[in-house]
Design a protein around this ligand. Sequence first.
Ligand code: FES
Ligand code: FES
Length: 394
Amino acid sequence: MNQVVFTLNGERTEALVEPRLHLADYLRDTSRLTGTHLGCEHGVCGACTVLIDGQPARSCIAFTVACDGRDVRTIEGFEDDALMKDLRTAFTRDHALQCGFCTPGMLIAARDVVMRCPDADDKRIRSEMSGNLCRCTGYLGIANAINSVIQARRGGGATPAIRTAIAANAPVVQPLAKPWQAFTPADAEAAAPRPAVAAPLDDAGPREGWQRIEESFIANHSPGRVWEIFADTAGVAACLPGASIDEATPTSAKGRIDVRFGPMKASFAGATSLERNETRMEGRIRGGGSDSLTGSRAKADITYRLASEHDRTRVSIVMDYNLQGPLAQFSRSGIVKAFAGRMVAQFGENLNAKLGGGSAPIPLAAGRTAELNAGNVLWQWLWSTIKKLLGLTR
Ligand code: FES
Ligand code: FES
């Protein structure tokens, strides 16, 4: 048993808990704060969302011991919160709940969206809320309710329909947002004009609603040799665990990448555009795909740059990404960063092996696409978090 001391809804809380006890179980079974609901217990549905140090977190996959010294706030802790009051009123008015099971998690996530994205439109709201699932599929009312609160806080920006509805305390009726459509590299060009690849990699920050990961590794060959290898799309894909290419030209590619993330499997099929700047030894890969297993969609904009470092090559990678659907809840977490770090490290090892200058490549089963088992990554991330909390260095 471990002793933990943390703040729960503004009050000091002290407890002796098993290391494996999830925060959601502690909240419901010990503190009797049953407003925190449990749906999937896999971090997918968002029903268990609480705030930890002001950030939305899945209490079903957060260990209680990891909350030592933290500030935890559940739905019961928003009784006197003015913004939450507005959201509750809007949810009621816009029929944003049917069975209500998802509602506590929705409200906490919605409050975060209203505070973090004061200019969000319907599309952005749906994207930001895509990590919270409503099994009654009441999304129209939920999006409308959040939209009305954002508009009201923005003052004069509300549409006439929303202004009338707010004034009359009546439901807001808006057309459904445009359904999500398959992403193509052409969409990326049109939707998000970006600087030419010749610009420095870190010239532009991540666009609104996207996350950024930066990694690098050393390849044991000259930049010229590594640059040659990077021109071979299929060869590069073979170094990336779980990736396979169906067709490739010098400027585009189609393929898929399979990942296993604890109990979840995803197989993203998609298309990318490829650009290379020979002079600067920089390249850009832009594209997107969808996973038929989880219904998640991903868009990514990856830039890489080669630089000489002591007769070897440092490969720097910047990945901007946007995840929607059930996997979106991971997009802002340290888990994704740990996952990406592991992917890049494996990619570097495999590339070195391909170049003949490093350890043997991670074997891929013949004729099959490999899967990256993220279980270890999840564990490594949890362990490093726990070590940080305990002040351990090894
Ligand atoms: Fe935690 Fe579903 S119960 S995300
Ligand atoms: Fe029933 Fe959302 S209202 S799960």
